[in-house]
Design a protein around this ligand. Structure first.
Ligand SMILES: NC(=O)c1ccc[n+]([C@@H]2O[C@H](COP(=O)([O-])OP(=O)(O)OC[C@H]3O[C@@H](n4cnc5c(N)ncnc54)[C@H](O)[C@@H]3O)[C@@H](O)[C@H]2O)c1
Length: 259
């Protein structure tokens, strides 16, 4: 399959981590529909391969790679794979993450390390290897998926808040350090978006329906977001339309942190 020649990302090569599900899958599909060749990286093999098949069916170009964002060598191999398979790297979406709904008291040291390894160290390592690759072709765009929970606190998500706050500031560090290499880094801060991750968190509550109602109620727009609504933010930041935007944080949250 030849890459699409038209679209807002025509000719660009992208990696989307956590691309098998939720916002990552929506972003991979949208990027491919807009002309990018996409590496869908995830630990969920069947779902990731299904995303790639759906992209191919729609006339796009994508490859699945099993890559664990908690493992250094697999992250390096992911960047190498994109270059070997497609020749260059223009866009990195650091989207893979895990959640933990526990307080500081209830979180074990192992759980803390696990969340930090994937949500923070994974972003650092992917950036570490993507930056030199992007520099070789004059620049690129790095989009880090943080969270509304990377901006404001809430009870009971200690490690997740810490990880998403770290991603927010790491993004600004990457942005100012590599701006003159033509590399733009920006963060996206989703609110409550209807994905397996959110459903799992709500289903862990005593009354999931009541929790869903509360989440909607605390969101000014009064509903959950859809993965595609975040994917469109990624598309804008990945495309040359945002070429003066560096170190910005884009809230896509139905007004959650505006209140
Ligand atoms: N859904 C929400 O309400 C919400 C809100 C704010 C931020 N976010 C963030 O959005 C991003 C996407 O989340 P989502 O809601 O689409 O979740 P999701 O669970 O649907 O998708 C996350 C994907 O990441 C993958 N993943 C997990 N650990 C991995 C690892 N070690 N290596 C590679 N892949 C791994 C999973 O297999 C999954 O396919 C995450 O960074 C999440 O923290 C989600």
């Amino acid at each position: 399959m030849n890459p699409k020649k038209e679209g807002r990302l025509a000719g660009k090569i992208a990696i989307v981590t956590g691309g098998a599900s939720g916002m990552g899958a929506a972003t991979a599909r949208l990027f491919a529909a807009e002309g990018a060749s996409v590496v869908v990286a995830d630990i969920q093999v069947e779902l990731g391969e299904a995303v790639v098949r759906s992209i191919a069916k729609a006339g796009g170009t994508a490859e699945f790679l099993r890559a664990d964002m908690g493992r250094h060598e697999e992250i390096k191999a992911m960047v190498d794979f994109a270059i070997r398979r497609f020749g260059r790297l223009d866009i990195l979406v650091n989207n893979a993450a895990v959640e933990s709904g526990k307080t500081e008291v209830d979180t074990s040291e192992e759980e803390w390390d696990h969340i930090m390894d994937i949500n923070v160290k994974g972003v650092f390592l992917a950036t570490k290897y993507a930056v030199p690759a992007m520099k070789q072709n004059g620049g690129g765009s790095i989009i880090n998926i943080s969270s509304a929970y990377g901006i404001v606190g809430s009870p009971g998500f200690a490690a997740y808040h810490a990880s998403k706050g770290a991603v927010r500031l790491l993004t600004k560090s990457t942005a100012v350090t590599h701006a003159r290499d033509g590399i733009r880094a920006n963060s996206i801060h989703p609110g409550a978006v209807d994905t397996p991750l959110l459903r799992k968190a709500m289903n862990a509550c005593i009354d999931p329906k009541e929790m869903e109602a509360r989440v909607k109620d605390s969101t000014p727009i009064g509903r959950l977001g859809q993965p595609e609504e975040v994917a469109y933010g990624c598309l804008f930041l990945a495309s040359d339309e945002s070429k003066f935007i560096i170190g910005a944080e884009l809230s896509i949250d139905g007004g959650m942190v505006a209140q």
